[in-house]
Design a protein around this ligand. Structure first.
Ligand SMILES: *Cc1c(COP(=O)(O)O)cnc(C)c1O
Length: 454
């Protein structure tokens, strides 16, 4: 039985509830704060940004939240997703380790992001919201939200980080096919965007800046709300469908992970896979090492500070206690665009502080080398982001080769790289460089983070 390549579930085995790990953590998480008063943010503070149902999910301590029928119906377009055993990669590495990967690239947008885009749009639609605004880096989140808006008949306006707007035209086309309206960020649409373009007409943009633009447009219109593709509690909770399915699938073949690794940009695909396994770990059923992997060029957990900071560059969002490199930090334009965010989900930061997860950072060339080896053996071309997780899994597998240990490794292959081939081309031509991030750059960005105790 454990020789299978692909472990599948039936449609009626899609989880019917999301899991909220807040219910099971040994310590409470520091609350978000109002950006002006620095008092704990209330549901009303979030009102101009999100629909009531999502604010409730953001703040709830309920262990499980039912997935609405309408959302399950859309999930069925691609869920349940397959879990694979990487036999061919294992063989190539000559390792006694067993490597499993949960593949989210089968979704319409090609990544895990529709798992939260669909419920977010559903709840907005239910409360009569006509339009959503958002930011996107590599374009994965923007295309996921545009797809979900098309499902429920909402308008979708997207600010895409200028550097990727220029370098990834096909992602933009995908958003437009699903009816999204796309601006490069900084844009001439918002006052903040115009102020940045005045200083630098070729501004490459950043996720933090694009968030500021999308948020400012949402709060200015009563029928418009904002949607965030990662970082927040409700987003990570929606992504737990990944981990709940993976638990069922591992059980089917009697596999128990010794090591679980995932890439962390804002923390949502990682939290989505890891949290259901963390629940089992906290209740003493299993005991895997759980490891976050981030890029050396944007080392939020491994080099950032755990303190209150804004989610965006202009300082419009509530303050969140998280690992941050500073909201002014503009990461180098590495190829894993989805991992270029200055902060980390408060929830992932919190479990890191509690010692429930580890974190490492890896340079992009090692990641692309891992991505190419993975594609050659397993067939799938991974998105640049999960090559970080694959590189980390390969490190463990090679340690097992040395020690002879037969560890079981589980990772999330959270997206395919079919629209990232320009990055692979650069790697194959030998033009890719590793970026050495100087501590002084981090120190400078951290110097503008508000000084809030707690
Ligand atoms: C957005 C994205 C990421 C980073 O976001 P997380 O919230 O950390 O998951 C990673 N991989 C892919 C494929 C993405 O689209």
């Amino acid at each position: 039985m454990s020789d299978v390549n692909k472990i599948l579930l039936e449609e009626n085995e899609i989880p019917t509830q999301w899991y909220n790990i807040l219910a099971d953590l040994p310590a409470a998480m520091p609350p978000p704060l109002h950006p002006g008063t620095h008092e704990p943010a209330t549901a009303e503070d979030f009102g101009p940004l999100f629909p009531k149902a999502l604010i409730e999910q953001e703040m709830t301590a309920e262990r499980y939240v039912d997935i609405p029928e309408e959302v399950l119906d859309v999930y069925k377009l691609w869920r349940p997703t397959p879990l694979f055993r990487a036999h061919r990669l294992e063989k190539e590495l000559d390792t006694p380790a067993k490597i499993y990967y949960k593949y989210e690239g089968v979704s319409p947008a090609g990544s895990h992001k529709p798992n939260t885009a669909v419920p977010q749009v559903f709840y907005n639609a239910k409360e009569g919201i006509a339009k959503l605004t958002t930011e996107t880096g590599a374009g994965q989140w923007g295309s996921s939200l545009a797809f979900a808006c098309a499902q429920f008949g909402l308008e979708c306006e997207i600010w895409q980080v200028a550097a990727s707007y220029r370098s990834k035209p096909y992602r933009r086309t995908m958003m437009e096919i699903w009816g999204g309206k796309v601006h490069p960020s900084p844009s001439t649409v918002t006052e903040y965007g115009r102020s940045l373009l005045e200083k630098d007409a070729d501004h490459p943009g950043s996720l933090g800046i694009a968030i500021s633009e999308a948020v400012s447009e949402a709060v200015a219109d009563e029928d418009t709300r904002y949607a965030l593709g990662s970082v927040l509690n409700h987003v990570l909770m929606h992504q737990t469908v990944i981990g709940e399915e993976a638990l069922l699938q591992m059980n089917k073949v009697g596999a128990v992970p010794d090591v679980l690794v995932g890439c962390t940009g804002g923390g949502s695909n990682f939290g989505g896979l890891a949290f259901p396994f963390m629940r089992e770990k906290l209740s003493g059923n299993i005991n895997p090492v759980i490891r976050c992997v981030e890029p050396k060029a944007c080392p939020t957990l491994t080099k950032g500070e755990y303190r209150y900071d804004f989610g965006d560059t202009a300082g419009l969002t509530p303050l969140m206690k998280m690992h941050t490199l500073g909201h002014d930090f503009v990461p180098e334009p590495i190829h894993a665009g989805g991992l270029r965010y200055h902060g980390m989900a408060p929830l992932v930061s919190h479990v890191y502080e509690l010692g429930l997860v580890e974190a490492i950072s890896i340079s992009q060339k090692e990641c692309f080398e891992a991505g190419v080896l993975f594609a050659k053996t397993e067939g799938i071309v991974p998105a640049p982001e999960p090559t970080h997780a694959i590189a980390a899994a390969i490190r463990v597998a090679l340690e097992c080769k040395e020690s002879g240990e037969e560890k079981t490794i589980l990772t999330a292959l959270c997206g395919h790289g079919h629209l990232d081939l320009a990055s692979y081309e650069k790697y194959l031509k030998g033009d890719m460089v590793d970026i050495d991030l100087d501590q002084s750059v981090i120190d400078e960005a951290l110097s503008t983070v508000p000084d809030i105790q707690g």
